[in-house]
Design a protein around this ligand. Structure first.
Ligand code: HEC
Length: 138
């Protein structure tokens, strides 16, 4: 019981920190920029980009029925897994992210979109992660 309580205390502490670092409501507004290509929530389907439900803890490039780039297929084969922090990094520059992650200077994704502002990236990653069953990693 004592262990359980201290574990709860730690979780509470962490959720407090997350609330300060990134804002799911702000992220919902930022997600408008992703909506042309991505859907989340009930009945979300693949569009220009894959559906992003349950993305946290999901292996890169594994949305059912979506036709990924070669680079994403390589990331899938390498077993890369998304968490909230990696999504925030990735959207800053998808090609650079995959070049580094796969150690392949020729890596090129189909996602032709970049988001510069760090706060916006963190917020939108938190928003997207809120549609995942896995606990959002910080
Ligand atoms: C112009 C269309 C477009 C926009 C806008 C866009 N994306 Fe993407 N996204 C894609 C495509 C296409 C892929 C698949 C990449 C590939 O196969 O190379 C992708 C892949 C992803 C993935 C990996 C999914 C998986 O199944 O592994 C994440 C995460 C992601 N996008 C998040 C975002 C977020 C968050 C935003 C908004 C900040 C965003 N994207 C904006 C087109 C877009």
């Amino acid at each position: 019981m004592k262990i359980l309580l201290s574990a709860l205390a730690v979780i509470t502490l962490f959720s407090g920190q997350i609330a300060v670092a990134q804002d799911v409501d702000a992220g919902k507004k930022v997600f408008k920029k992703c909506k042309a290509c991505h859907k989340v929530g009930e009945n979300a389907k693949n569009g220009v980009g894959p559906d992003l439900n349950d993305i946290v803890g999901r292996v890169v490039g594994s949305a059912e029925g979506y036709k990924y780039s070669k680079t994403f297929k390589a990331a899938n084969a390498a077993g890369l897994v998304w968490d909230e922090a990696s999504i925030a990094d990735y959207i800053a520059n998808p090609n650079d992210y995959m070049k580094a992650a796969l150690d392949d200077p020729k890596a090129k994704t189909k996602m032709s979109f970049k988001m510069k502002k760090e706060q916006q990236r963190k917020d939108v990653a938190a928003y997207v992660a809120s549609f995942s069953a896995a606990p959002a990693a910080d």
